[in-house]
Ligand binder design. Structure first.
Ligand SMILES: CSC[C@H]1O[C@@H](n2cnc3c(O)ncnc32)[C@H](O)[C@@H]1O
Ligand SMILES: [Zn+2]
Length: 418
């Protein structure tokens, strides 16, 4: 299937984009090519599909549930008791709704961590989006649980050939307060042998740091350093509580970091994410929404704005965290963290693209498109979404969206009343 996007704005210049199979083949004015499908890009701008580099897709089921609580009471009193009741169908529909919401707001790839790997992977496969799905790992410091987690992930990894090339596997140890050091070491070795990513919550709250010092005698990053598991395969979500030396340790070992501004603010985990210092140290920093109970949507345009305004505010520096830096974090950086050749509108890159509707107030006047996208717009400005060369949304409509919302609402009420 070949696609031709005609007369679309790319960096302020009108052009055509020819997509052959899953790749961007050619970009230029008035291309003479034969295409199976032509998309009119008039009064639209093209940007790379956004990369949500940390989320828990099926937590859409908990949107509006467990509001206004801090992390640990929220997890222990509200979320974990309900997750313990979840079956495959719940996770599948929760993830379907998440994929729908992501497509509708321009996200074409995400990094997920949740229970029932296959239910999420099936939803991703059907919805046409791209994801790195993490096989969950918790042992709560019990050796029996650790053995179960190892067996579970060995099986998940060996069964990956049932999925197409849009779905990749990663291993997801939840956090240092739920996963033992022995299991973290095993996970690191497992990931090195298979070259898969490790997806871990780290340094999210002051309480986590205090407990880490009490339990391990070290702050979270130093603890991982001592375990010997800092590596370019490690992606940490949050990373708010890190000092200068820890930023250097992360950079020296090629660790990647994902900033989740909405969740960090809503759970009141902390605001001082050190974007500037991490970038200066050479760390790849992506952006994520986290799950829908702590964010409470999956809109990456909103995440860019929140990250920027929050960073400017605590630093008292309006020049910090610019719109262009946020767009880079939400596209190219995210794609590099996930190890996919996307995140740029460039020949030979994957055709994961958004067409933005310029005929809305947020883009009027349009002195500066990137400023309008990050500071004025939200996910509803996305008109057309292409992932892996396939059109997933056109004219703001995704086929089957009403049924997904109806089914998922029914599933969510059923789960909560069980
Ligand atoms: C291992 S499955 C993922 C697990 O993580 C929980 N979760 C969601 N948001 C957060 C967060 O901000 N910090 C720590 N844990 C979080 C989710 O509910 C699942 O249990
Ligand atoms: Zn999370």
């Amino acid at each position: 299937m070949n696609l031709l996007i005609k007369n679309v704005y790319l960096d302020g210049v009108e052009t055509d984009i020819y997509v052959e199979g899953k790749y961007i083949k050619q970009i230029g004015k008035d291309l003479v090519v034969t295409a199976d499908r032509v998309i009119d890009g008039t009064k639209k701008a093209v940007v790379p599909g956004f990369v949500n580099a940390h989320t828990h897709a099926a937590m859409t089921l908990f949107r509006g549930y467990g509001d206004d609580m801090p992390l640990m009471p929220w997890l222990e009193q509200k979320i974990w008791p309900n997750e313990a009741k979840m079956n495959r169908e719940d996770v599948y529909w929760g993830a379907k709704l998440a994929c729908l919401e992501m497509i509708k707001s321009g996200t074409t790839s995400f990094f997920d961590m949740y229970h029932k790997f296959r239910a999420t992977a099936d939803a991703v496969e059907e919805m046409g989006i791209r994801a790195v799905v993490s096989g969950v790992c918790f042992d709560h410091f019990e050796p029996e649980q650790a053995e179960k987690c190892k067996a579970h992930n060995l099986k998940l990894y060996s069964d990956m050939d049932v999925y197409g090339d849009r779905i990749k596997y990663a291993i997801g140890p939840h956090a240092i307060y739920t996963v033992s050091g022995e299991l973290l070491r095993w996970i690191d070795q497992f990931s090195a042998e298979r070259n898969v990513l490790i997806h871990l919550h780290l340094a999210e709250t002051e309480e986590e740091v205090t407990n880490s010092v009490k339990q391990f005698g070290l702050t979270p990053v130093r603890y991982l350093y001592k375990l010997g598991i800092l590596s370019p395969r490690l992606v940490i979500a949050h990373g708010i509580y890190v000092d200068k030396d820890e930023i250097r340790m992360l950079a020296d070992h090629g660790v990647k970091v994902v900033h989740n501004p909405a969740s960090n603010m809503k759970l009141a985990s902390g605001i001082h994410f050190q974007f500037k210092e991490m970038k200066e140290a050479g760390i790849a920093v992506g952006l994520g929404t986290d799950g829908c109970s702590s964010s409470n949507n999956l809109d990456m345009i909103e995440a860019m704005k929140l990250a920027s305004l929050l960073g400017k505010a605590w630093r008292k520096d309006p020049e910090a965290l610019t719109a262009a830096e946020m767009l880079d974090a939400a596209t190219e950086q995210g794609a590099s963290i996930l190890g996919i050749k996307a995140g740029r509108v460039k020949e030979r890159y994957l055709a994961d693209l958004n067409l933005i509707d310029l005929r809305i107030p947020a883009f009027t006047p349009n002195f500066n498109f990137v400023s309008n996208l990050v500071y004025a717009a939200n996910g509803s400005c996305v008109d057309t979404v292409i992932c892996n060369g396939k059109v997933l949304m056109e004219n703001k409509k995704v086929p089957g969206e009403d049924e997904i919302m109806e089914q998922t609402a029914r599933i969510a009420y059923n789960l909560m009343s069980r």
